[in-house]
Write a protein that binds this ligand. Structure first.
Ligand SMILES: Cc1cc2nc3c(=O)[nH]c(=O)nc-3n(C[C@H](O)[C@H](O)[C@H](O)COP(=O)(O)OP(=O)(O)OC[C@H]3O[C@@H](n4cnc5c(N)ncnc54)[C@H](O)[C@@H]3O)c2cc1C
Length: 283
């Protein structure tokens, strides 16, 4: 059964790129940049992965042609990571060739822990060739991030730090929110100290305030990092941060395959479920 898009529209901009453009323009008008995410996960057929590479390439070109202040975020499982990591890497490199040509940027999102090592391996190789056209994500809840964040910072990688959105066992990830927040703060410090322009992705006031205070204490310029939030969440906060002079970027998902993303957002906060229920019953 296909659920109606009206349910998802709180968190998903639109089902097509064309319908997404006005939303990006409106975000850009507020001085906020965008990273665009074509929704979809876990491609099992090479033909589908090949098609996805072409769609992503068109996306990079269309963003440029439309004059939007937007980069893209990709998921490696959409580019064939489950089929063959080497084949997936070739797909990523094809995309990065174009990103470099257009002077654009591709962020590799981080997925569930079964993909972490493969994703980091592909990123490392990509970074050697494409440097400031490619970035990666680390998840504060993973135990392994303690080492990964140091390594990535030493490489000078462009890193987005988030808490982590997938259900992981205790052996692999912290379960307690206070511990996750403390880890997030430790990794924020490392990234702010060692990397040129870390991206801090959270809606959590405690963490947003921490970053602001830490940066001020250390006399770090507001221009040396970026706050990132998801489309449909905390729009006013994003505008306020922008007006205060911080760099801000909204992660804008679009596409017809919105269900898994939508489900993750619902599981994260009960307020999100209420919002969707209200949408369902509103004419
Ligand atoms: C730009 C971006 C990119 C991401 N990329 C990835 C990725 O590649 N891989 C991945 O695993 N995860 C990714 N995530 C998701 C991330 O890991 C978390 O699952 C998600 O951000 C929820 O954690 P949180 O810190 O934002 O706040 P939560 O833990 O959901 O909430 C903590 C507190 O923040 C406040 N808060 C949260 N939302 C609101 C709201 N709407 N209004 C008011 N207060 C609110 C409340 O005080 C709440 O108690 C990304 C998140 C963002 C923002």
């Amino acid at each position: 059964m296909k659920l109606p898009f009206v349910l998802a529209r709180r968190f998903v901009a639109a089902e097509t790129f064309k319908e997404t453009v006005p939303k990006i323009e409106s975000i850009n008008m507020d001085g906020i940049k965008v990273t665009l995410d074509l929704l979809g996960e876990n491609v099992e057929e090479k033909t589908t992965a090949d098609e996805t590479v072409e769609i992503y390439k068109n996306l990079l070109t269309n963003i440029q042609d439309a004059g939007l202040k937007s980069t893209i975020s990709i998921k490696l499982t959409m580019l064939g990571l489950d089929i063959d990591p080497e084949y997936c890497k070739e797909n990523v490199f094809q995309l990065l060739d174009l990103a470099r040509e257009l002077n654009s940027f591709v962020r590799i999102d981080m997925e569930g822990s079964e993909y972490t090592q493969m994703t980091l391996d592909i990123f490392r190789e990509a970074f050697e060739t494409y440097r400031n056209h490619v970035g990666i994500v680390v998840q504060a809840y993973l135990h392994r991030t303690k080492n990964d964040v140091e390594e990535l910072a030493d490489m000078g990688a462009d890193v987005r730090l988030c808490k982590g959105a997938y259900k992981e066992p205790e052996l692999i990830a912290l379960q307690d929110m206070n511990q996750i927040r403390e880890a997030f703060k430790r990794y924020t410090k490392i990234l702010l100290e060692k990397t040129e322009f870390p991206r801090i992705a959270t809606h959590d006031d405690e963490l947003v305030n921490f970053v602001q205070e830490y940066a001020a204490e250390r006399e770090l310029s507001k221009d040396s990092f970026e706050f990132q939030m998801l489309y449909g969440l905390r729009e006013e906060t994003m505008k306020e941060l922008t007006q205060l002079g911080y760099n801000t970027r909204i992660y804008v998902p679009y596409g017809t395959m919105w269900f898994p993303y939508f489900k993750r957002r619902l599981m994260e906060r009960k307020e999100n479920i209420w919002f969707v229920l209200r949408t369902m019953f509103k004419k």
